[in-house]
Design a protein around this ligand. Sequence first.
Ligand SMILES: [Zn+2]
Length: 346
Amino acid sequence: MNRLFDALTFGPTRRRRSLDKQFRQLSEAYRSGAPLGGPEPPRGGLSRRPPASSGFGGPAAPAGPGTGRLLLVLAVIIVVVGAVLVGARSLSGSSRPAGIDGPVESFSPVPDEPSSTRPGLPPAGVGSSPDRLLPVVAFPPGRGGYAFENTTVTGGPVTWDPCRPITVVTRTAPGMPTSGDRLVQEALSAVQQASGLKLVQEGNSNEVPTAKREAYQPQRYGRRWAPVLIAWSDPKETPELAGRVLGLGGASRVTVTPPGEPGITGYVTGSVTLDGPEITQLARSQGTAAARAVVEHELGHLLGLAHVPDRRQLMYSETEFGVTSYQSGDRRGLAQLGAGACTPGL
Ligand SMILES: [Zn+2]
């Protein structure tokens, strides 16, 4: 049986740990009311200064008298890049002449709602409904076989809002498989079915994938959290795809803590970056199911799953050609990730 072995580097893990440390520093500073003494603002999709009165403005933003009446909002975004699937194939160099980098889409504009109480953030609850959009998925029988990328202080997983769709845009690129669009569509359908979270494709974007993607890009996507970006790329553009890595995936977590209220934490956007030439080669040598498995694996990271040491699960860190779809452990994890509370405050 063919197997693609893991060449997992620990770069993403280091980055995640570093960000978690910064998150803790921010949280501690928030609780104590002391200015944050860290060397730099939090990295990740969103790196903005809270209002000066919050005490987090850094050295250039001392708190001034009279500003304390402003609503204090602490918002921290941490980009989690957890995805690593690897392949041992050399790049084929195949190309795809189809249109790439089309015009910037005019994404459905968000109503011009003032958000003065959320400086630097989109209005709360954009696109959310009073109730969850899809039924909770029944927890598959059995136990274990999954792990979460992030958990809350109460021990449950950090989750997406089930009361609003997870919007997705796709960025095409030369070298992506000719079946690429279909692979993405089928993988999105699979993860929606397993999680009970609604994923909606909005079309193409010309946004270039980066390690520090902004979670809020009003100029490009309107006044809402940026949609999930599924980007076909290659190692030249995305160095993290070098070597045998087939894809990357993760979500951006945000915590908003209005004064006097409990913090609200959840995933608001994320990205999946795929090695087009290498997945093209994988599809040719092993079939489209193996290629689609890569996309499903990365979407598992997007929803909040971490790797597991169980080779029978799709969230194992290596490709196992007998495992081309979500297995029982993966499904137990995805069912939990889809059963979170609605978070209209995000
Ligand atoms: Zn992975």
